[in-house]
Design a protein around this ligand. Sequence first.
Ligand SMILES: NC(=O)c1ccc[n+]([C@@H]2O[C@H](COP(=O)([O-])OP(=O)(O)OC[C@H]3O[C@@H](n4cnc5c(N)ncnc54)[C@H](O)[C@@H]3O)[C@@H](O)[C@H]2O)c1
Length: 306
Amino acid sequence: MKILITGGAGFIGSNLTKRLVNDGHKIVVLDNLLRGNKIDRDTFKKIEFVNGDVRDFELVRELSKGCDVIYHFAAVLGVDVVADNPVETMDVEVIGTRNVVNAAQINNVGKILYASTSGIYGHSAIESALTEEVLVDPRTSYAMAKRYNEIYLASHHEEKGLHATCLRFFNVYGENQDNRMVVPRFFEQAISNKPITVFGNGMQTRDFTYIDDTINACVDLMLTKGYHIVNIANEEEWNIKDLADAIKQITHSSSIISYIEAPKKRYDYEVERRVGSSDKLKRLIGYKPDTNLTDGLKKIYANNYQ
Ligand SMILES: NC(=O)c1ccc[n+]([C@@H]2O[C@H](COP(=O)([O-])OP(=O)(O)OC[C@H]3O[C@@H](n4cnc5c(N)ncnc54)[C@H](O)[C@@H]3O)[C@@H](O)[C@H]2O)c1
């Protein structure tokens, strides 16, 4: 198949690009390299790469010609980046998604898979793992735009029959990730024996999903029909203090763990608990995450730091 991946040079996109090239697909990547190019050299030789902006409609229309599927992953992200650039964050989300949807319809692209986020659950009180039916609570520019796009895609499905899947990723981590995110940041601090900086008391929880499990789900969902929102979670709830301890131990680091107050601009992102249920994904594609957090962290250490 011919597949367009927006944001394909980023962390998740580069891993997806590699996998789909290995599966024998023809891949076109559109990325403005905001975060550099994370596609490895071998894979890069086998794809069509275009350095451009998803907000450029003519470009998106041109690149989606003849495509069967679009993975739309281009986005501005990272808590500090988004907090400092809320307008660009929303523009890339809203204009980019509108361009992708319009181009897909003009070019008869069969399916869009859109990178949404577990961030849209916001501060929703949780008693058990979050399902897709929970009332969402997006508060940030980033989460609000992601939720808007979920509904925008649902509307196109209802009115025009577009097939679309919204992927609510839960803290993806793994190879190629940069230090905007907590796992690589803790690794860097631990490896250099500098203090591992935890915001607040470290009791806040997250659900960390290994990149290979995430990519398997993205690929297995490629041809599902209709409109779906799905959680891609690992279903393990870890607090940030335990994450810091685990990375310290795996790296044999002498770092201290330093608890600092979160900057005010991070307030809306600093939710107390987040853990997802992927029951729906299990029913849809037989999803089963293979890598728990401890094993995932060990893999990162072995592959990147030894
Ligand atoms: N990493 C996670 O844990 C996580 C969690 C929830 C949702 N997501 C979503 O998954 C997707 C991929 O995330 P990631 O972790 O790979 O992030 P990333 O920042 O590594 O990748 C995003 C890519 O989009 C590109 N991009 C940004 N603005 C663009 C524009 N205007 N035009 C073209 N390209 C542009 C960047 O250059 C980058 O390569 C994003 O949509 C993100 O919101 C990620």
